[in-house]
Design a protein around this ligand. Structure first.
Ligand SMILES: Cc1ncc(COP(=O)(O)O)c(C=O)c1O
Length: 422
């Protein structure tokens, strides 16, 4: 069996019992299922294959901010994915995982000199441009390097989309994208630049979008601008329609992929552009769990707390977004349910994974998992409270590999220095 499932009351990932992983690698650790990632990639690819002709399939560029472990990148690259990156670090990870430059898209918001030059050196497919000054810099650095950069312009369609306000990116008050009028100006400027070729438009309106209808007006605004640009004689050869596909954390609705693909067929396909997509969360979110040990049970007059050895430094989504993640025991699933607050060991009242949550009765030392943390889990982890980053483990059938070693405290301290004048 693939993915996360119980066998005789013990939670497994594929064929591997999670207690074995805890024993071998310690806790807390992230555990990923390769088969779940493959299943997600293929589900999206298949939905697009059903809707669009074979010669017009989109380039799926995995948004690796969701999970940038190089083994996960390699897995997706093996499946034929492209890559969306937002920093020089992500570029170097992608290259190390084997992505060729011409399948990499840079969408970062404040592209710096070193990053732009590294992207140009790698021969990336395109820069999705966020602002006029950024366009100037791309042209300037490409000129210095004797290169010409392909550019798309990110449209801010002023549309609400996204599971919560912190993951909406397409409203006019958001920092992302450019207005249609600004893009008309930028396209003209870029068209006259020696070292930039303007080739199209991009959008990304938010994350965890469960209604296909939400995408429709954004696609329509994109299409309208394509027609206006072409009417002015400009080339528009590519449209990047972003990511934002949801996963189930609790009781959310999943996006109807066929309905979504239908909007792509009806609105984007007739534009006769290369279609690009940037799914992040959808590819990896449900493929990861955070495996943790119960350090203590603490009873106060108001509450009973499960104190885990994992904290908000390992998984910040509940603290940052009040995000819901299911919490369950690895074993003992026949014990009675009790109500707990599930917390970490960090000195913050916000270090809470779940409040007033019903969990099978737990004792000190019991293993728990926090589910659906494959996206924006490890990639947002920090060293707060001087806690080393946790290990990452990938399972594929019977295969298990440590794909990210736990940091040591020595490594944490080694980068720091006491000046001799102190
Ligand atoms: C430009 C861009 N593309 C793609 C993504 C991926 O979004 P998601 O993980 O919701 O698919 C993001 C996420 O912030 C983004 O900013």
């Amino acid at each position: 069996m693939s993915g996360f499932h119980d066998i005789n009351g013990v939670l497994h990932v594929d064929n591997v019992p999670l207690p074995d992983i805890a024993k071998q690698y310690g806790t807390p650790c992230y555990v990923y299922s390769a088969s779940v990632i493959r299943g997600q990639f293929n589900a999206l690819k298949d939905a697009m294959a059903r809707a669009l002709p074979a010669n017009r399939q989109p380039l799926l560029c995995y948004a690796c901010k969701a999970n940038s472990n190089i083994a996960i990148l390699k897995l997706l690259q093996n499946l034929g994915s492209g890559l969306e990156i937002v920093s020089e670090g992500e570029l170097l990870r992608g290259l190390k995982a084997g992505f060729s430059g011409n399948k990499i898209i840079s969408t970062s918001f404040g592209k710096n000199e070193s990053e732009i030059k590294a992207c140009l050196k790698a021969g990336i497919l395109q820069f999705n441009v966020e602002s006029p000054d950024e366009l100037d810099n791309i042209n300037k650095f490409a000129g210095e390097m004797g290169k010409c950069a392909d550019a798309l312009f990110r449209l801010n369609p002023d549309i609400r989309g996204g599971g919560n306000s912190k993951i909406e990116t397409g409203r006019k008050e958001d920092k992302f994208g450019n207005t249609a009028d600004d893009i008309l100006r930028l396209y003209k400027i870029a068209n006259e630049m020696e070292n930039v070729t303007p080739l199209g438009l991009s959008i990304h309106i938010g994350s965890q979008i469960s209604q296909a209808n939400t995408f429709k007006p954004a696609f329509e605004k994109l299409a309208e601008l394509v027609h206006i640009l072409r009417g002015k004689g400009y080339k528009v050869e590519r449209t990047d329609i972003g990511g934002g596909f949801p996963i189930i954390y609790n009781d959310e609705q999943l996006l109807d992929l066929d309905e979504y693909a239908g909007f792509v067929r009806d609105i984007i396909l007739p534009l006769n552009t290369q279609i690009q997509m940037e799914p992040g969360r959808y590819m990896v979110g449900n493929a990861g769990i955070l495996l943790a040990k119960t350090q203590y049970i603490k009873q106060t007059p108001a509450r009973e707390f499960i104190v885990l050895d994992a904290g908000m430094s390992d998984l910040i989504r509940p603290t940052l977004y009040e995000a819901y993640h299911n919490v369950r025991t690895v074993m003992n699933s026949n014990r009675n349910a009790k109500t707990y607050d599930v917390v970490g060991p960090i000195c913050e009242s916000g270090d809470i994974f779940a409040k007033n949550r019903s969990v099978n009765e737990v004792n000190d030392g019991d293993l728990l998992v926090i589910e659906s943390v494959g996206a924006y889990g490890f990639s947002m982890a920090s060293n707060y409270n001087s806690r080393p980053l946790p290990a990452e483990i990938l399972v594929d059938g019977d295969n298990i590999a440590l794909i990210g070693a736990a940091q040591t405290i020595d490594e944490l301290i080694a980068r720091e220095n006491i000046p001799d004048w102190l």
